[in-house]
Design a protein around this ligand. Structure first.
Ligand code: NAD
Length: 448
């Protein structure tokens, strides 16, 4: 960090800017590490919840951690940049970088808005650390702006520290990261980040110290690889369907090879959520700007395979309904893009539900946590208060998000509620023998 920053006399003061999925976990985690933290959030509703020690989203374990530290006084939230400008030693940028409307590239408006608001107020040296996922090259542009627009000028140092937390495991991943990537330009910045993350480093979290472009590329590269793994196993599910093989056993057998690994090898409706899809596209868009055709060709197919999965599920549903849509009741179990979260951004479950409704069927959706968000995104679907209610008079039940609650469903009792007992287990995770024994027609893509 730049000379003069008071790190030795007192614990570091940390600002976390943008406090939804990434930022709320980051702010609570930094407080748990022992620092004084101020979270900055411009959304009034989220700001109110956070100030009361409540998470603005469903994330296991986050509410108690926020409450613990808002009560202890170590963590507070504001919308006023004046409160952090000369107070914080380290400013973490955690705002959103969604896909630009009508383009594959990342929309950096939120990152730019942070610079607009923070830079003119910075009068003393500090470290600004980007945690948002950004296209390679962004940090240098951000640096240039801070150096010209902040009164502290070059005293504002930039680092990038991409975050790999998984929704539904956000707290654990924040407190015990599987690796820390420090994109830094000086030994002082590295030392400051080592101080911030002293607790997980002492626990054994490995640290990769690298330059800014490497740090920016790590996150995009990681998500591109994970997306490729998911599309790879989904392509193999098609092979399994064509040959009578079982894709789950195939994944188990492949996964025992340590070079391959079992993680992200579950065939299903494909990836979704607020990160993987938009990060993959932003990576391709940046590769296009840089003229790296290999990346575009490879990842375009990965993305296409992913979206064909959704169409394939709709086709199978059509076939199971006897090629009739109108007048049919279809139950969709799940709305979140995966279990353990209420995030419905680019959710395969909601996308499939919407497509089936467009074909003319009546669709009833149930999700244990994501109903409110789903209703906001797709208000015309029918929403049931329970899985049992969603299944009433159904001609087809689709299992699209792998919540543990759905594993506990009683197929015998549900058979009495539906019109026709047909189940399409697009997550391949229900007990096929149990459902068949209860008299259901059970179908799962990639399984014989
Ligand atoms: N969601 C995840 O699990 C996850 C994991 C790793 C990395 N990331 C990356 O982290 C970033 C944030 O992701 P997210 O899912 O939390 O995004 P999000 O859009 O859900 O949250 C962004 C928050 O920033 C606030 N904000 C916007 N502009 C602001 C400003 N100028 N000042 C203060 N607050 C502002 C918004 O109101 C919102 O609450 C993205 O780049 C994402 O790709 C997300």
């Amino acid at each position: 960090m730049t000379e003069g920053t008071p790190t030795s006399e007192r614990p570091l003061r940390i600002a976390v800017i943008g406090t939804n999925y990434l930022g709320a976990n980051t702010a609570a985690g930094m407080a748990e590490f022992g620092f004084d933290v101020i979270g900055v959030e411009i959304d009034e509703h989220r700001l109110k919840l956070l100030s009361d020690g409540k998470a603005p989203l469903y994330e296991p374990g986050l509410d108690p951690l926020l409450k613990k530290h808002t009560d202890s006084g170590r963590l507070r939230f504001t919308k006023d940049y004046h409160e952090i400008a000369d107070w914080a030693d380290v400013h973490f940028i955690c705002v959103g970088t969604p896909q630009t409307e009508g383009s594959d590239s990342a929309d950096l408006a939120q990152v730019n808005s942070v610079v607009d608001m923070l830079a003119p107020l910075l009068t003393r040296p500090c470290l600004v650390v980007g945690r948002s996922t950004v296209p390679v090259g962004t940090s240098k542009r951000v640096e240039q702006r801070f150096h010209t627009e902040a009164p502290a000028g070059a005293g504002v140092e930039i680092a990038w520290q991409p975050e790999f937390l998984r929704e539904a495991h956000g707290v654990d991943d924040t407190l015990h990261p599987d690796r820390l990537v420090f994109g830094v330009q000086s030994a002082a910045a590295e030392a400051t980040l080592r101080q911030v993350f002293a607790t997980p480093i002492a626990e054994g979290s490995p640290v990769v110290v690298c330059n800014l472009p490497t740090a920016e590329l790590v996150k995009g590269g990681a998500n591109a690889f994970l997306a490729t793994k998911i599309s790879f196993i989904n392509a193999l599910a098609e092979m399994a369907d064509a040959t009578g093989a079982d894709v789950t056993q195939l994944a188990d057998a492949l996964g025992f090879d340590k070079r391959i690994g079992r993680g992200m090898l579950n065939a299903g409706p494909g990836y979704g959520g607020g990160c993987l899809p938009k990060d993959l596209r932003a990576f391709m868009a940046r590769a296009g700007e840089l003229g790296v055709e290999e990346v575009i060709t490879l990842l375009r197919e990965v993305d296409d395979i992913n979206y064909r999965r959704r169409a394939r599920i709709v086709d199978t549903a059509h076939e199971l309904l006897g090629a009739e849509w109108v007048g049919r009741n279809v139950t969709v179990l799940g709305a979140a893009f995966k279990a353990g979260t209420d995030d419905v951004r680019d959710s395969p479950a909601l996308d499939v539900a919407g497509r089936i409704q467009l074909h003319g069927a009546t669709v009833s959706v149930y999700d244990p946590e994501a109903m409110e968000n789903a209703r906001r995104v797709r208000p015309t679907l029918r929403y049931a208060a329970s899985a049992a209610e969603a299944c009433e008079d159904a001609h087809l039940v689709l299992h699209l998000t792998e919540w543990p609650e759905f594993q506990q469903l009683d197929p015998v009792a549900l058979k009495d509620a539906v019109s026709i007992p047909v189940l399409l287990d697009a997550r391949l995770s229900l007990d096929s023998a149990q459902w068949r024994a209860a008299g259901w027609t059970y179908r799962a893509p990639g399984k014989p």
